[in-house]
Design a protein around this ligand. Sequence first.
Ligand code: SF4
Length: 503
Amino acid sequence: MAEVVLTMDRTLASNYRGGMFMGFSACVPKGIIPDWLYFSVFCPSVEYDEETGEVKEAPLGIRRIEAQLRREGYDVAVVHPDAVHKAIDEDTIAVGVSEIDPQGMGPATTTFTSFSGKPAYMKVCFEDLMERIRELKDRYGFGVFMGGPGAWQVAETFPRFGVDFLIMGEGEYVVGEVVRRIEEGDRGLEIVRGKPVAAEDIPTIVNPTTNGIVEVARGCGRGCKFCSPDMRELRSFPLSKILEDVDVNVRGGHEEILLHAEDVLRYKADGWRPNVEAVLELFSAVMNRPGVKRVSVSHVALSTVCQFDERLGEISEVAGVGELVPWMGAQVGVETGSPRLMAEHMPGKVAPYKVEEWPDVVEQAFGIMNDHGWVPCGTLILGLPGETEDDVMMTVELLDRLRDYKSFIVPLFFVPIGESRLSDHDFFTPEKLTEVHWEVILKCVDHDLKWLPELYEEYARANGHGPLVKLTIRALTWYGRRKIFKSALKWCPEKELVEAVLG
Ligand code: SF4
């Protein structure tokens, strides 16, 4: 048995059928659809070894910790949450759990669960996992550490879940020391602060990641007040290191590589100036790697898209957009249509443009992306501290301008992320919704229902969904449309608005 066992809750042990849009279903509240349907259609399990419990693919963060601990001489296994009992015995020194949203407090989950009053799957699955780990801990006496982007959510409650050490921030420099302390019998009940890791110190993964995700840069540097402090410094990885991670994923069976950074187009950027040649070299090198058939990206920033302008087409050409893939999806932060709020909370997101240009930057970037076969999946934030009705009206106006661009737009409630500069503000909740907020939500629903069928058809074709999955999703879309309309009539006090926007 391995000395260190790493695992995650069941919602993270899925590749969501290989797509970014399906990933949002991780935030669905439990009880909206039957569990069997949720776990078979939306959140199917990754493959794992029935005997050892080891998973075939795992989230990138866990793979980095696995690589770091191996580098420090530990025998490590990354196991499926349903099979932790198969990997743990009296030889186990420590169990590590990595979580993104363990209490369902992230922006998407908070928004989706706050209307239904039902708990998020992530929270239910996390608590179930920790209960089982606690029973094993009582029997074998190992120590437990936890980390990941959602660690802040249990900063005050982690001992309740049987966690001895909570790692906040990047874990590579500190996780080995935590395991050594556990080995020596220390059960700290302590929060350990990670430090930004230099690109050259980040270990190459040793096993495949979920959906072949490969990190190309870490951090951001745009400095939005609501964002995690871990994003402060942008560090682009050397191409050779990226290609090593690509090779590990190819050997693990991935033909598509998902390039990940907070803004992939700022790879090796010089300040605010993107390095188009370096990004092109990155895409070409990955596409030309033996075994790679497709490449996709996780996030880009709209201001960088505007800086790329027509040259985004060169990336599309290298990536075979329109030939190998129907379109290139990318998550983008729209956040608000109000330049005043941009100036107040996130001026860096607009740079190098002026904050008053933000609505134009957003529309122009959506246009550039569509022109070159990209589909933005944008997020909005409702209830930012200091938001006024005029600010929200500007978001309504921006949504009208975006209606004809093929895209997906998700409104999210403001969440005071732990350790961010807005962490002492309150969560935005449904009771605080005004008529104009409702207009934003309903317009987003209308926008997404307009584009969803076309996007899904193309997406299903590209991801080889079988007829049963397609039929189920189509039926759910039809059912969802009716259900959303009825729910909006129930929840929204402005019935006429619902009829006008969705009727
Ligand atoms: S641009 Fe995104 S990642 Fe960067 S600081 Fe702002 S919210 Fe965070």
